[in-house]
Design a protein around this ligand. Structure first.
Ligand code: NAD
Length: 377
């Protein structure tokens, strides 16, 4: 089995899908690994480090044409997808539900596509494959650092000969995987931290980190699979109102709220931005072209408002910690590849397996994932 990793094509992307450690592990398991020249450079993995691990460093054309499994971070360009052939497997964060037509194109060519966004995350066997968790965890950690870096005051309380500085107050909205990591970072930096979520189950997790949980007035916002449900317009309005007071009382607001299949909920309204203290820092991990959790946030951009509030569109933070993020992503990739190898050592995707029936966008010319089939109707 030949596995390759490509150099990512997006200008903001610094991660790589396979690191030298996983290269070694795949080779030990009897596979061959091809790495596109320079693929790991932005993650500080040199071509030499891959060669030392046993990989061949090759040009893009070779990495694409010779591989049985092509591992990527993001959905490749059309030119790259066009170069894939029948029988090959492409594995990555393929944006399959946002761009279902690309999955149909791959299906038409009988290329198999495994899209990490589709992984059924609550199956325990899938946990080692869970890219959304590994990358959210990295992004949440970094969010705390990005916020403190943009803030003009100390995070911790400082008692000095020149006087005492009060600690920063940090509010984290959405306390799933990323939010809990953001809380952990802000606590370690010495801030006073509170968290807020509509899933009652997150209360204990927030409190176990030493932060205060702000109980939502939304009655049970838990949906299926551990995720939040979309709120009704009335609930959204009530939430925005209850949050306005909390937001005005904090120096830093980090937002991470997502609802699968919906655009991110708007939690920090324009009024809340207008009423924030000068110097307040808002970090929006849900920033997207469709809008994020914070009014006025823009993906990959930092906006400073007239009332001196810094709004950071931090949709790509995992890539900013490229080395660690790639290390964890590669482990997730390895777990999927291991699960694809059958007892005779051949590559086989079983569309009836409960993990692969979710993860597989397409194999053998069929669209497998039920949500994707729905999206293509
Ligand atoms: P996510 O990225 O979908 O959302 C982030 C957070 O935003 C969630 O906690 C969600 O409840 C919250 N949110 C959404 N809308 C909101 C609103 N209007 N107001 C307030 N908060 C809102 O979620 P995630 O971080 O991927 O994980 C969600 C849950 O799934 C967590 O409990 C996590 O532990 C669980 N999970 C379980 C497994 C597993 O069982 N293996 C794997 C991954 C995640």
């Amino acid at each position: 089995i030949v596995v390759s990793a490509l150099k990512e094509e997006q200008p903001h992307e610094k991660r790589v899908a396979i690191d030298p450690d996983v290269t070694k592990r795949l080779i030990k398991a009897g596979m061959k690994v091809l790495i596109e020249k320079g693929a790991g450079v932005a993650s500080y993995y040199s071509d030499e480090s891959y060669q030392k691990a046993g990989a061949e460093v090759v040009d893009r054309q070779t990495a694409l044409s010779q591989a049985n499994v092509v591992a990527v971070i993001n959905l490749p360009s059309d030119a790259t997808l066009d170069a894939l052939k029948s029988g090959q497997v492409v594995l990555g964060l393929l944006s399959s539900l946002i761009k279902p037509e690309k999955m149909q194109q791959l299906a038409d060519k009988k290329v198999s596509a495994l899209s990490f966004e589709l992984l059924p995350r609550t199956i325990s066997r899938a946990q080692t494959m869970d890219v959304l968790s590994s990358q959210s965890s990295v992004a949440g950690y970094k969010a705390g650092l990005v916020a403190s870096d943009a803030y003009s005051k100390y995070f911790p309380m400082m008692i000095t000969a020149a006087g005492t500085v009060k600690p920063a107050k940090v509010l984290v909205l959405g306390t799933g995987v990323a939010g809990l990591q953001a809380i952990g970072t802000a606590k370690r930096l010495g801030a006073i931290v509170s968290g807020y979520d509509v899933r009652p189950a997150s209360k204990g997790e927030v409190e176990s980190l030493g932060a205060t949980f702000l109980t939502s007035s939304v009655s049970n916002g838990a949906g299926s699979g551990g995720y939040a449900r979309a709120l009704t317009p009335e609930e959204t309005a009530a939430q925005q109102k209850e949050l306005a007071g909390f937001i005005a009382d904090n120096d830093i607001v980090i937002t991470t709220a997502q609802v699968p299949g919906h655009k991110p909920p708007l939690m920090v309204t324009q009024d809340s931005v207008d009423n924030a203290k000068p110097g307040a820092v808002f970090v929006d991990l849900a920033a997207s072209e469709l809008g994020g959790n914070i009014a006025g946030s823009k993906p990959d951009e930092t906006v400073v408002t007239d009332n001196q509030v810094t709004i950071i569109g931090a949709n790509n933070l995992a890539s900013e910690l490229s080395n660690s993020a790639s290390q964890l992503y590669a482990k997730n990739v390895q777990a999927v590849i291991n699960a694809m190898v059958d007892k005779d050592g051949n590559l086989a995707i079983d569309p009836k397996d409960d993990v692969f029936s979710g993860l597989t966008a397409t194999t053998n010319g069929e669209i497998i994932n039920a949500r994707l089939r729905e999206a293509l109707k």
